[in-house]
Every structure is written in C-alpha cells, then in structure tokens.
Design a binder for this molecule. Structure first.
Ligand SMILES: [Zn+2]
Length: 167
C-alpha cells in the first residue's frame, strides 16, 4: 500500500502523498488525509472493505433493492443543500448509518427504517436539514403531521437551551 496516487480534486494532478492514515469502524474504513504535491492542497479519502453480506432494502411497494451507501449519501447531501456542514461529517453520518444497519439487520431492512435512521442523525446535527429531509422523505401525510414534527422539534430546542443554562 501507499503507492496509490489519487487525482487531486483541486488541480487534477495525480501526485499526492498520504500525511495521515486512520482506521475506524473496527478497521473497516481507513481515512487518509492526502496532500497534493502539485498544488499543496489537502483532501481526504476513505477506503472501505466491501460488505460481503449485502443488505437488501424492502421498498414501500414491496420491491427489493440492494442497500447502497451512495443512496443514503445522496439523500443526506440533498437535505444539507448549501448548509455549512463539512464533508467529513456527512461521511461520518453515512458510516454510522451503514454500520448500524449492518449490525442490526441480518439480510433485509425496510426503507422506512433507513429513512428514520437518517432523520435521527440529521435531527441531532442540523435542524434545517432534518426538516428538509423529513418532509421530503415522509411526504408528510397532512399538515397535522408536519406540525407535530415541528412541535417536537421546538420542545427539543427548549430542552437544549435549558440544558445550556445549567453550564
Ligand atoms: Zn492539486
């Protein structure tokens, strides 16, 4: 290992050096910090061991499709839009979701569960992204659902504010 060069996302040069290498998720993911030798900018890459036991997602209409990390990432990217959330954080959320689902489900998982897991993570991180994702994902059945969701969110914000006063 170590001899692999990747295309720099800034200048497209194919000449970089690894400056930091870290394993996570029980060594299934290796995060590498790289520096482009042409333009000196730094970027991060993630190497992951492909899951041999593939998870299958059961969609609402009953059809099945392989669980794809990229789909989760796309949903998260759409939810964040232009919110100032670092790429690392997004990657980390997807890692966590992927890990949890593989740990908790043997072969199959309902798409609803995947969506709820994403919502959970977004809720903790960025409320705007959460609302955006939730409204898109759940297609709120009616206004009451949306209001209930917002009310719960309000309460949570209050909780956080109260907690902050304690410190
Ligand atoms: Zn470069």
């Amino acid at each position: 290992m170590g001899g692999v060069h990747l295309i720099c996302p800034y200048c497209n040069a194919n000449n970089d050096k690894v400056i930091d290498s870290r394993e996570s998720d029980a060594a299934r993911v290796v995060r590498r910090r790289r520096e482009c030798l042409a333009c000196s900018k730094r970027f991060t890459t993630y190497e992951r061991v492909e899951q041999t036991a593939r998870l299958v997602v059961i969609k609402r209409d009953g059809s099945r499709a392989p669980f794809l990390r990229d789909n989760v990432m796309r949903g998260i990217m759409a939810a964040f839009g232009k919110r100032p959330i670092p790429e690392d954080v997004k990657e980390h959320i997807v890692d966590q979701i992927e890990e949890e689902l593989h740990r908790e489900f043997d072969r199959e998982v309902e798409s609803r569960v995947v969506g709820e897991r994403v919502m959970q993570k977004l809720k903790d991180l960025d409320e705007v992204a959460y609302i955006r994702f939730a409204s898109e994902y759940r297609k709120f059945k009616n206004v009451d659902d949306l209001l209930l969701e917002l009310a719960q969110l309000q309460n949570r914000v209050k909780d956080v504010k109260n907690q902050q006063k304690l410190f």
